[in-house]
Design a protein around this ligand. Structure first.
Ligand code: A3P
Length: 292
């Protein structure tokens, strides 16, 4: 039996077990031995109990903002490096470890009755307006219909635009880890048109109190074309310019292409929702019925 200094030993270990190279963070407080060796300044009570998950451009900022208005909920501290989301679970920040993640939920941030939450990540017009060269050089239709022999940047953008809409694929992955009772699915189009109703149902699901009436907190802003926070004297505070952009309507041929492209994914989504006993949203019924 040979030994070596810790780093050399670790190198040797991971040469033998490369499958264990990626860490799998768990809750340190689940295991008393971990809790004992963990820093005194860390406290598991601040790990978020609620995660907002979903693809980009589905109203997640609106949802996050509306949740933050609730006195029983405390959002993460803003991140200077990752824009809106902390992006812990979906990129290299995961390798920075649980302490990095926990810095956004310091113990003094919430009072003990508050539940912390964050928005995990969950695009063409969005990155086009951010100056993306590929999105500015190719039309939306060219991007979404690019075939596998197209240049790589174009294929990458196509995948970036199309993959997030395969909702059932991602939901199945979450359902492999969490029971369906832990999952509350929000219809993005309802969040847009009737946010108060959506927020009232969500509060019941989260079992948080006091129950607050979002009809009184949100107000439709005709200029913005969206519901915004009511801030008194008939004034509103809306989300920034990048949320609720105005852009030309989609070409009919693109809409047709997308409808065909998503049919198998939407069929799978409808089956998944029925399987876990959730209502099939109107937009999904419409999509599937007009294909027949
Ligand atoms: P558009 O700007 O394309 O219309 P995300 O925050 O996940 O990036 O989602 C942005 C989308 O949220 C916007 O996309 C907009 O349609 C939608 N949205 C839903 N409710 C909104 C609200 N109250 N204010 C602004 N945008 C809202």
């Amino acid at each position: 039996l040979a030994s070596a200094p810790p780093l050399a030993l670790a190198d040797k270990y991971f040469q033998l077990r490369p499958d264990e190279l990626n860490p799998l963070w768990g809750n340190p407080c689940d295991d008393i031995r971990h809790r004992r060796i963990w820093s005194k300044s860390k406290w598991c009570g601040t790990l978020p109990k609620v995660l907002v998950i979903g693809p980009q451009k589905t109203g997640s900022t609106a949802l996050y903002t509306f949740l933050a208005m609730h006195p029983a909920l405390a959002p993460n501290l803003p991140s200077p490096t990752t824009y809106e989301e902390l992006q812990f679970f979906n990129n290299n920040n995961y390798l920075k470890g649980l302490d990095w993640y926990l810095n956004f939920f310091p113990p003094n941030m919430s009072n003990t009755t508050q539940i912390t939450f964050e928005k995990a990540y969950s695009w063409y017009q969005h990155i086009r307006s951010h100056g993306d060269v590929v999105a500015n050089n190719y039309t939306f239709h060219t991007v979404i219909t690019a075939n596998d022999s197209a240049p790589k940047p174009l294929r990458d953008l196509r995948n970036r635009c199309l993959n997030p809409g395969k909702y059932s694929h991602y939901l199945e992955r979450w359902l492999a880890e969490y029971s369906s009772h832990q999952l509350h699915i929000i219809d993005g189009s309802l969040l847009r048109s009737e946010p108060a109703g959506v927020m009232n149902t969500l509060q019941k699901f989260l079992k948080i109190s006091p129950h607050i009436d979002y009809n009184k907190l949100l107000k439709y802003d005709a200029k913005k074309g969206f519901f915004c926070q009511a801030v008194g004297n008939d004034r509103t505070k809306c989300l920034g310019k990048s949320k609720g952009r105005i852009y030309p309507p989609m070409e009919e041929r693109s809409a047709k292409f997308l409808k065909r492209y998503y049919t198998p994914h939407n069929t799978a989504l409808s089956k998944l929702l029925v399987r876990i006993g959730r209502p099939v949203p109107q937009w999904l019924k419409d999509e599937l019925s007009s294909n027949g």
